[in-house]
Design a protein around this ligand. Structure first.
Ligand SMILES: *Cc1c(COP(=O)(O)O)cnc(C)c1O
Length: 389
């Protein structure tokens, strides 16, 4: 396809091992396998664990792995290395930072989020509210201005919606929180690695995000957390485990936080998963995020255009913003026969995912999805919705 021949990022697909004959449009749920990950993990298991054993913490760099991976994630979100920690899951990091945010505003007793936020975010924010004795106030995106008043300690939102791909204006909403005196916490799970994110430019206080989606870290990869440097001194996160201690191997009886975002580490890191995540994040080596976002806009735009044209009259409705600046890198279609269609697509080796009852979701990971994949996916959708001859 001419568009693929002209794609400045086309060479990045070789950094992945993708199954032949499959159109993989689910990198927003589980990123593809980095080509060098199998050998890296085989070495980590066979040689480092198998032969070097405990000496690997020093000799093979296991001890430094969390900070090393954090330093690679930082530029992908516009942060400095000491502002990012890699640890735990997104859910756990959200808990740590939401509690820390409430402790930064002890005189305020409200947490605001959207009723349509990702379920784990909703569950945990409610739990944090109970824990700190706060109210959880739910407001839809258009109601945030009215909901974020001078009683709000924390505004916690997901940047790119996991269903519709609707994208918040990171800087404008952060400013809205700050104007009310609230702390801003973003979940960047569907943003990082798909679009250009600049937490520093937007003045963001705190953020969390996922390692196994667009960062290609593998199933259950550790997550990351961002804390702006101006908050490092006062940050008081609740999970004060020994790996977040300034000197874990001094075995001191009292806790003293590590400098910077590193204090968000809790227990012993999952080294094998971290090494896989390192391979995943390295697929972004030398890659310009503005070019990544540009390609994502092209792929999602091409998909929407083909759905409008080729699938006209077949019961599809585009549930994603048509303004490329207002969306992330996936597209959601509503169709009453969604479960049946997704199964039929899978038979044709087109992999998207289903959000019951009627949402079909397709992720366009700019590092490895081609324009021809978009075309083939729409042809498959046309095929599975064609009237029987
Ligand atoms: C994927 C995702 C998560 C995942 O949380 P885990 O703790 O890693 O399971 C959290 N929030 C959002 C918005 C997500 O898209």
């Amino acid at each position: 396809m001419a568009r693929d021949a002209a794609d400045p990022l086309a060479h990045l697909r070789a950094r992945f091992r993708l199954p032949a004959g499959t159109v993989y449009l689910d990198g927003n749920s589980l990123g593809a396998l980095p080509a060098d990950a199998p050998a890296r993990l085989a070495d980590a298991v066979g040689k480092e664990w198998g032969e070097d054993l405990i000496r690997s913490w020093e000799g093979n760099g296991w001890r430094d792995a969390p900070a090393r991976v954090a330093a690679r994630i930082a530029p992908l979100i516009g942060a400095a290395a000491d502002e990012v920690a890699v640890a735990d899951s997104t859910s756990v990091n959200l808990f740590k930072l939401a509690v820390a945010a409430c402790r930064m505003r002890p005189d305020r007793r409200v947490i605001v989020t959207e009723p349509g936020n990702f379920p784990t975010d909703l569950y945990l924010l409610r739990s944090v509210a109970e824990l700190v004795g706060a109210e959880l106030r739910l407001a839809p995106p258009e109601g945030l201005g009215a909901a974020v008043r001078d009683d709000v300690a924390l505004l916690a939102l997901t940047h790119v919606d996991y269903r519709s791909a609707r994208r918040h204006d990171l800087a404008a909403v952060t400013t809205l929180a700050h104007d009310a005196g609230a702390v801003m916490l973003w979940d960047l799970s569907h943003s990082t690695g798909a679009i250009a994110v600049d937490v520093s430019g937007a003045g963001v206080d705190l953020a969390v995000g996922c390692g196994y989606k667009y960062l290609n870290g593998g199933p259950g990869a550790p997550a990351y957390a961002f804390v702006a440097r101006r908050h490092h001194e006062r940050l008081a996160q609740p999970l004060t485990g020994w790996f977040g201690h300034a000197e874990p191997f001094a075995f001191a009886p009292t806790y003293a936080p590590a400098p910077g975002a590193g204090q968000l580490r809790c227990g012993t890191p999952p080294v094998l998963s971290l090494l896989a995540l390192e391979c995943g994040v390295r697929t972004f080596d030398g890659v310009d995020l503005a070019a990544v976002e540009r390609k994502g806009r092209e792929l999602t735009g091409q998909f929407i255009q083909l759905v409008d044209g080729r699938l006209r009259g077949r019961g599809f409705e585009v549930a994603t913003p048509r303004d490329p600046a207002a969306r992330g890198s996936h597209v959601a279609l509503v169709h009453p026969g969604a479960p049946r269609l997704m199964a039929a697509l899978a038979e044709r080796r087109v992999i998207g995912d289903l959000r019951p009852p009627s949402l079909l979701r397709f992720g366009f990971a700019p590092l490895y999805v081609r324009h021809v994949d978009v075309f083939d996916a729409v042809e498959a959708l046309a095929d599975v919705t064609a009237a029987p001859a």
